[in-house]
Design a protein. Sequence first.
Length: 140
Amino acid sequence: MPLFRRIPKRGFNNASHTTVYIPVNLEELNRFEEGARVDAIALKSVGLANGKGAGIKILGRGELTKKLTVSAHAFSASAKQKIEAKGGTIELIVKPVAQAARGSAIAARAEAAKAKEAQPKADKPKATKTPKATKAKKAE
């Protein structure tokens, strides 16, 4: 049997679960002043972090010549090492993980159930049963 008939045509696709970062190289951070705080807003204002992405990742390409406080969503190992070698600091931005559409619906239902349980239950008067009307027997 040919290979294309043996391989499944549908199923899991990892591309929809990947995290895409906007890459920024260390050599591009040299345009900031000594001791400056470099965050997402500063990077976007100078045009280094344009486009769509889940966050900004600092990569270790090039040399850093200034002491900076860098705040980003991800760092490469070489970028961390080079920033700390110059006396700079790293601040990791932790972004909450977005849930899938089905997961968020389940979470919403669970929170609604918890909220319903947390509400104090009002004492409702119990309904009393009224006696059923008896049918008169037909006389023959």
